[in-house]
Write a protein that binds this ligand. Structure first.
Ligand code: XUL
Length: 564
């Protein structure tokens, strides 16, 4: 009757989800028992750990392009989470395995004292306290330590007090330098899965090495948030998985190992400071004595942590090529599993490793609900009125088109925002509503072609997925069945399912991923929206026209400066 714990260390909170696999009635056709969620808890950083002074999980900074967070806050949250799990009164002696998910790209810099501190954590003292105050390390001079931690008089396992996270965009110069050293954006993308992005860890590491050479010198290990959290659980430096390592511009996508060329282009001595990369399902150790003794927990297995996007792939049930998820939020995101590491030549998409051992593609569109809402408001509609407008207009909109870039767009790369209309009267509310939705769906479909995936099922998530009229346009544009998927904490669920899968695999009962997600990471029953064959045909033509006109629209916006 085992329990599996998933943890998700995200930007603003730490979340935990416990799965119980003990309900025989929920045995699925593969003979696997369907897990049930028996506990869920979230710790928001700002309100529950206010002494770190974060706002939305990050430290206020005068330069908006610099976004940093305190790693000790994440450690303290982990301690608090186990307190909450124990307080639930559940019988935790059955805890079999723990896996985690973390915000991608963020990096944690540890000095040489960390190795001993991790292995010698005393159960009598809170975790963060022990990471903050450690015995003097021989490598660091006192002056260095003070300058590096920024906490005068306080020594620490950190060689850098703060962690740059995925929201940081202050490394354009380093992106240019790395790209040049590798021999161009295309080459870097082919090698690592993405061209250089400001938030990716390689450019962030390079910036730290340039700005604080002594800090870099004192850094013994660079972890991602995922491997840092896993290290705390296991009481030893944890490896990275290919899912999270591929968000660094440092991993060779094909070998799933560090690329010597990329390391060289980033910072001297980097190879010795990085953890190894292991398959996602690797059991990296067991819960350290600290956790076992402090919280009376068993020696549960600790599974390699991964990034939140790879974990969400599992948590939204995407375990074969052909299934994709489209999240319709403030911005729209499309992701799906790929068997092969195909790379986006236009430079906007990302390829990450998938927990299944395959790959995943991910493309982000900034003007999501943001644009839908702007059109809705401009025409004085509510969401019901927006749906009515979609019903009142014909698929294809009689040739009217829109390029709805209210804000600078990521995909395609449009730096100067503008809304472009073709054969469309700006005052015609219903047609503008249809035009914005069709434009977004065509952009999603066209700009995910690089994944080379024949999409047959789309799991639609996010606020706008409750709008069936929008889902009809999605089904017709993609020519695929669309099913609504209710996600709350999909990354955390994915992590818990990864723990389940890794534990079973270890015991020799290798479960197909289909069986792992069945009954728990599934779309809402009876939510299928089917494509209409004649509309699909019409949109196939329209998509070509849209793709042809898009570069012209970008030029009219003053040109999308390619960040190459
Ligand atoms: C992905 C990305 C974000 C973070 C958020 O590239 O930057 O999705 O992982 O947690």
């Amino acid at each position: 009757m085992p329990l599996y714990l998933g943890l998700d260390s995200s930007t603003q909170s730490l979340t935990a989800m416990l799965l119980a696999v003990d309900n025989v009635e929920r045995t699925n056709p593969d003979g696997a028992r369907t897990p049930a969620v028996i506990f869920e808890h979230s710790i928001p950083f700002d309100t529950e750990l206010p002494h770190y002074g974060t706002e939305h999980g990050v430290l206020p900074h005068e330069d908006p392009s610099v976004v940093l967070a305190p790693p000790l806050m994440w450690a303290e949250a982990l301690d608090r989470m186990f307190e909450a799990i124990v307080a639930s009164g559940l019988d935790l002696s059955r805890l079999a395995a723990i896996a985690g998910s973390a915000q991608q790209h963020g990096s944690v810099y540890l000095n040489a004292s960390a190795t001993n501190v991790l292995s010698g954590l005393a159960p009598s003292h809170p975790l963060a306290e022990q990471l903050r105050i450690v015995a003097t390390s021989e490598q660091d001079t006192a002056a260095e330590r003070v300058s590096l931690t920024g906490n005068e008089g306080v020594q620490s396992v950190l060689s850098r007090r703060v962690s740059p996270i995925w929201m940081d965009s202050s490394t354009s110069e380093e992106c240019r330098e790395i790209t040049a050293a590798i021999g161009g954006a295309d080459r870097l993308a082919q090698l690592t899965g993405s061209r250089a992005f400001e938030r990716f860890t390689g450019p962030q590491i390079r910036k730290f090495y340039k700005q604080d050479p002594a800090g870099w010198e004192a850094t013994d290990r660079v972890h991602l948030v995922s491997s840092f959290m896993a290290s705390l659980l296991a009481g030893a430096h944890a490896p990275l998985d290919p899912g999270d390592a591929s968000g660094m511009n440092l991993m060779d996508l094909r070998t799933r190992d560090w690329s010597a060329l990329a390391l060289q282009a980033t910072a001297p001595g980097l190879a010795a400071k990085l953890p190894p990369i292991v398959p996602s399902s690797t059991i990296i150790g067991e819960l350290a004595p600290y956790w076992q003794q402090r919280f009376r927990l068993p020696a549960a297995k600790v599974v390699a942590w991964s990034g939140d996007n790879p974990c969400s792939l599992i948590g939204t049930g995407l375990i074969r090529e052909g299934q994709i998820a489209v999240s319709l939020g403030t911005s729209d995101t499309l992701f799906g599993l790929m068997r092969e590491p195909r790379v986006d030549r236009t430079g906007t998409g990302h390829v990450f490793g998938a927990p299944t051992g395959d790959y995943m593609g991910l493309t982000c569109f900034l003007n999501g609900s943001l644009a839908r809402q702007r059109i809705r408001d401009e025409h004085g509609l509510d969401w019901d009125g927006f749906s009515a407008a979609l019903r009142a207009t014909p698929p294809g909109n009689d040739g009217a088109l829109m390029f709805p870039w209210f804000e600078p767009e990521i995909t395609p790369d449009v730096r100067t925002p503008a809304v472009r209309r073709v054969d469309l009267d700006p005052d015609d509310g219903p047609r503008n509503v249809r035009a914005v939705v069709e434009a977004q769906m065509m952009a999603l479909a066209n700009h995910s072609r690089w994944m080379g995936v024949e999409v047959d099922v789309i799991h639609a998530t996010g606020g706008a997925a409750t709008n069936t009229e929008i889902l009809h346009v999605m089904a017709d544009v993609f020519g695929a069945e669309v099913r609504r998927f209710e996600v709350s904490n999909s990354a955390c669920l994915g992590a818990a399912l990864r723990a389940y899968h890794a534990d079973l695999s270890l015991s020799g009962r290798e479960l197909p991923w289909e069986a792992v997600v069945r009954g728990i990471a599934e779309p809402i029953a009876d939510s299928a929206v089917m494509p209409n064959a004649s509309n699909v045909e019409a949109y196939t033509r329209l998509r070509r026209r849209y793709a042809k006109l898009e570069p012209l629209a970008i030029t009219e916006c003053g040109g999308g400066e390619r960040r190459r």
